[in-house]
Design a protein around this ligand. Structure first.
Ligand SMILES: [Zn+2]
Length: 464
């Protein structure tokens, strides 16, 4: 680390004794990791957020409560500056939802409406047409579904990264628009999730980029989807009834909540970390993304509590309305594009509370020796440098990466995450407190390394 070296040289030149707190980076990180593995701050924050605020869908009363909660917690943790930045977006509301198979036998479907879709305006009935993938629905003739209810039954595969999710999620994000073009009256999809035991449907939004109109659409739990597939393998028509009282109701606003610990150098540079404050309404958003909120707040606090502090500051942003279109991330990037150079590195925690198993990078070539140093610092936690893909920065901080912010992803093990993600089962009891501490240990490592460095990790090529 060049800065540590230059400080030592300065002491030698002026004849001053070496400051007693002039520890090596490796010693400081080892100390922080030990503290993090004992530290209860992240758990206490997560417990408070999930129990005192609960589900916090963007634009709801609970969302405003979450913003007030975050300001209070940042002040309690001793952040030097805490402020709000407004974020506006269309308000989407879920008032009620139900659906059932009417024939050849009657049963209730476990379903939840897809975010961003319109309601059925009362009861909608129709025969179901089965497609095994989004591609097969896309291959149907435009207008050919004639008011029938399309059903896409492709199942998501489980994996440690989130590749299975990325592969299957267009069924949800694009499906309602494709089904509308084919003349369907509504769309049912198999949930984009791996839960097969709890019959919990997975919520989630449609794409804001797909052209055209969407239609009433809902995700079925894996169990309901299996039962529907079975019926559709029979001879006769399968009739379904849906009542989805959901849709857009004007506009709403919320806030990005921002807290900063200033750095010791006075340069104004800082490392950007965070997660998103909003959640879906079905669970209490413990994994998505209460965990990211708690981990990054707790890690920033541990690093800033050292004396002396690292040269660079730490900024934690708790983003508004990620779930319905990354509105907070986009607003932050628009508001801060002109101070990109003060942001030395970005990293978002938004893949649940599973243990971080590797890190990915997207930095300039000149910073590669520093990345080797980070790998050494993370080695005691068993977190190697994953080189299969470049880092994204996460959904929100990824908006800054698109304009050139270098990013590092600490990748959470997501092999159990999509059992819970966006479902009523995303609750505190499914989070392992030891995993949360482990993840704070990974984040303090990243923060101490980047904040005590004088390396420029960027610029990187702006990219989509
Ligand atoms: Zn999330």
């Amino acid at each position: 680390m060049r800065l540590a070296l230059s400080l030592i040289c300065t002491f030698v030149l002026c004849g001053c004794p070496q400051a007693p707190d002039q520890r090596s980076l490796a010693e400081a990180v080892a100390d922080l990791q030990q503290q993090a593995l004992q530290d209860e701050t992240a758990w206490r924050l997560l417990e408070s957020l999930t129990s005192e605020v609960g589900p916090r869908m963007a634009g709801s009363v609970a969302d405003a409560r979450a913003v007030a909660w975050a300001v209070e917690k940042m002040n309690d943790l001793g952040f030097d500056r805490v402020w709000l930045e407004p974020v506006d977006f269309p308000l989407w509301v879920r008032d009620s939802e139900s659906g059932r198979v009417l024939s050849p036998e009657g049963f209730e479907l476990d379903l939840t409406a897809l975010g961003g879709t319109p309601g059925t305006g009362g009861t909608l009935r129709g025969d179901v047409v089965h497609f095994e993938s989004l591609a097969s629905l896309e291959a149907a003739e435009p207008g050919s579904l004639g008011g029938k209810i399309a059903f896409i039954s492709a199942a998501m595969r489980r994996d440690q990264g989130a590749a299975g999710y990325s592969e299957t999620v267009p069924q949800r994000s694009r499906g309602p628009f494709v089904a509308a073009r084919k003349g369907a009256s509504a769309l049912l999809i198999r949930s984009i999730g791996t839960d097969t035991r709890n019959s919990a449907p997975h919520a989630g939004n449609v794409s804001s980029l797909e052209p055209g109109e969407s239609l009433p659409a809902a995700a079925l739990s894996n169990a309901s989807a299996d039962r529907l597939v079975e019926l559709l393998q029979g001879e006769g028509p399968v009739a379904v009834e849906l009542e989805l009282d959901v849709g857009y109701r004007g506009r709403a606003s919320s806030h990005n909540v921002i807290g900063e610990f200033t750095g010791a150098s006075g340069s104004g540079e800082f490392v950007l970390i965070g997660g998103h404050l909003d959640s879906w309404d079905l669970g209490s958003g413990a994994h998505d993304d209460g965990a990211g909120v708690a981990i990054t707040l707790a890690a920033a606090k541990l690093v800033a509590d050292q004396a002396p502090r690292p040269a660079r500051g730490i900024r934690v942003v708790l983003f508004a309305n990620e779930e319905q279109g990354v509105h907070g991330g986009k607003a932050y990037a628009a508001a801060h594009a002109n101070e990109l150079s003060l942001h030395v590195l970005g990293s978002e925690s938004d893949l649940g509370a599973g243990r971080i198993y590797e890190f990915r990078t997207r930095v300039n070539e000149a910073a590669e020796p520093d990345i080797a140093e980070l790998a050494e610092l993370l080695a005691p936690l068993g977190i190697p440098h994953g080189t299969d893909a470049l880092a994204s920065g996460g959904a929100d901080i990824g908006e800054m990466r698109k304009i050139g912010l270098p990013v590092i992803d600490l990748r959470h093990d997501a092999s159990q995450y999509f059992d819970l993600h966006h479902t009523r089962n995303d609750t505190l009891d499914t989070v392992d407190p030891a995993d949360l501490k482990f993840n704070v240990a990974a984040y303090v490592t990243l923060l101490q390394w980047a904040a005590s460095s004088d390396t420029s990790f960027g610029p990187i090529e702006p990219s989509e």
